[in-house]
Design a protein around this ligand. Structure first.
Ligand SMILES: [Zn+2]
Ligand SMILES: [Zn+2]
Length: 581
């Protein structure tokens, strides 16, 4: 028997089409008996996955593909975004609690610029009890150590995992068609023999059918809210049948071990007591908000599909503006005849919309409710993480209610905690402005933010969003002023390079190239490999006829970001400067 131990579901936001509700029955239909959830760095869908598995009669394995670094503090201090992947699976209830603790510590203490929580050796040492580890996909630290440092480096790395997990550490083999993957497999098989362990075959699964790669491609290309040229290159990330897995050609025992591991993983979530406490939520100790998924609707799906597939039609903006924010494509096509008509001759687009609608892009705090328990207790039993600078419960709101986690509406705290309520009101207003900003309604966003800043002049988040809105409204003078305040206040170091680059462009528009240059240089001082600032300097150099510096900066940029419109433009300029090339 074979079981998939490496599967990404909705919680691997913008990187998976697999629905923990609908796709599990397909795995069952293929004749498999167990399956794991291993979302990227979050536990958001562990509970829904568990309940669905129970419903369809699959044996659930709860896990996570964590972001792994040697030393999280160091990565954060040096703003070093290098990280590896590592699969952790909970063997029992104690293991699941440790997975939760590990996740919560990664998000609360090892938070990397709000984008991810980092797990390092120290956290593994502290919380490995009850956990089984797989070395992760090709981007795991073990295969990467082998590829870059050879056998000696890989053996050292293996020993580190082995010292922590003992025989509960397994090298992971895959055959997806990634460059150098076979080389990594050879190294891992040799290491496994040396340590006397059986390696595990997995298929990094992100969608149901082989042909679904094209929908996953749309999802991943639009993950920043607009179409990019990102190319995954590999189209094998689907849920393979056992037969399809076996024909990859590894020895039978490398497959059989997957089911043995799945059987060892016996978490009984119903048996884990949700914490009960007479202690209530205390605003001064920190609040954990409920959470809400941001879901792709028909309008967004149509924008994403036509954007990535480069379908241009003058009627589209009008049609999109008519679609109600509904989650049912058929309903939308009926209600908006222009849409129905437009989709009539485009079955591929219709199909793609059907695949994308309903997928959560991410989850955000729901500022209307907080968990009525103190943070120090919550973090020990319920997965939490950060978003929008705040802490929120990982499972969606409906799952929290099903788990009987006590929630209290913020409005009901008006009398007992007025300061807290005023603060949440500010967060809600800021969120409103963000929504306008994301819809590119910059004038409305600026209006809300200016109002907010009149009362809360020290809110740097609001000021940053205002500066960005002003920039897009071409109000450069005012934008430079706001960026200047943020610079002086030493606003969020993670966003500083972007802020300085934007400020530079605004200065440039105002006809102040020297000030622009200073701003771009400062961005590079903060982050040496910051592509957008290199590009900006290159363009400035080129315009000023300084071809040597232009070449240097543009080449550096292309090295950092070889894909995309700006890279193409940089290459075109380089050709102009060096026609011989
Ligand atoms: Zn991975
Ligand atoms: Zn993966």
């Amino acid at each position: 028997m074979f079981a998939h131990l490496h599967c990404h579901f909705f919680g691997s936001y913008s990187d998976s089409l697999l629905d923990p509700d609908r796709d599990l029955s397909y795995i069952k239909e293929m004749g498999q008996e167990a399956v794991a959830i291993t979302d990227h760095g979050v536990l958001d869908y562990c509970y829904p996955f568990y309940w669905s598995c129970r419903r369809v009669g699959l044996h659930p394995v709860l896990g996570c593909e964590v972001y792994f670094v040697d030393d999280a503090r160091k990565s954060i201090e040096t703003n070093d975004s290098y990280r590896n992947h590592l699969i952790l699976l909970a063997r029992d209830n104690e293991g699941f609690r440790n997975l939760v603790r590990l996740n919560n510590r990664s998000w609360l203490e090892n938070n990397f610029g709000e984008t991810r929580g980092l797990v390092d050796w120290k956290l593994l040492e502290e919380f490995h009890d009850g956990l089984i580890a797989l070395s992760g996909c090709f981007w795991g630290s073990l295969p990467q150590k082998y590829i870059t440092g050879g056998m000696e480096a890989a053996e050292k790395e293996f020993r580190r995992y082995y010292d922590i997990f003992g025989r509960d550490f397994y090298p992971e083999l895959g055959r997806h068609g990634i460059t150098d993957e076979e080389k990594a497999n050879e190294g891992l098989i040799a290491l496994s023999k040396r340590f006397g362990v059986t390696p595990v075959v997995t298929n990094d699964s992100h969608y149901r059918l082989a042909r679904d790669w094209r929908f996953h491609d749309i999802l991943i290309k639009t993950r920043f809210g607009y179409p990019t040229d990102f190319e995954l290159g590999v189209r094998n990330y689907y849920l393979k049948s056992e037969e399809e897995m076996r024909v990859l050609g590894f020895p039978p025992e490398y497959y059989d071990i997957t089911m043995e591991i799945a059987r060892q993983c016996r978490v009984d979530l119903d048996g884990i007591q949700m914490v009960k406490s007479s202690e209530a939520f205390r605003p001064e100790d920190g609040a954990v908000f409920s959470s809400r998924p941001v879901i792709i609707d028909v309008r967004q799906a149509l924008r994403d599909v036509t954007g990535v597939w480069k379908i241009k039609d003058d009627r589209l903006p009008e049609i999109i503006s008519l679609i109600p924010p509904t989650l049912d494509p058929a309903e939308a096509a009926r209600e908006v005849p222009a849409l129905g008509e437009w989709l009539e001759g485009r079955p591929r687009v219709r199909e793609a919309i059907g695949k994308l609608v309903g997928i959560p892009r991410r989850s955000l705090p729901d500022f209307s409710a907080v968990i009525d328990l103190p943070l120090h207790l919550i973090r020990e039993f319920l997965p939490v993480r950060r978003a929008r600078g705040e802490i929120m419960a990982s499972p969606p709101g409906w799952a929290l209610r099903k788990l009987s986690v006590p929630l209290v509406p913020v409005v009901s705290l008006a009398e007992s905690a007025p300061d807290f309520c005023a603060w949440v009101k500010k967060l809600t207003t800021l969120e409103e402005a963000r929504e306008k900003f994301e819809e590119r309604k910059y004038a409305s966003a600026a209006l809300i933010l200016e109002g907010l800043l009149r009362v809360n002049s020290d809110d740097l988040e609001a000021r940053f969003l205002l500066a960005e809105s002003l920039y897009f409204l071409h109000r450069y003078e005012k934008a430079v002023e706001e960026y200047g305040v943020l610079e002086e206040e030493n606003y969020n170091p993670w966003r500083m390079p972007r802020l300085l680059t934007r400020k530079g462009w605004a200065c440039n528009r105002l006809g102040r190239p020297d000030q622009a240059r200073r701003s771009f240089r400062k961005a590079i001082e903060l982050k040496e490999n910051y592509g957008p600032a290199r590009y900006a300097l290159g363009i400035l150099d080129y315009r000023e006829g300084n071809s040597k510096a232009a070449k240097e900066n543009l080449r550096a940029f292309i090295e950092l970001r070889p894909e995309g419109e700006r890279a193409d433009k940089a290459r075109a300029i380089l050709r102009r400067l060096d026609p011989g090339l």
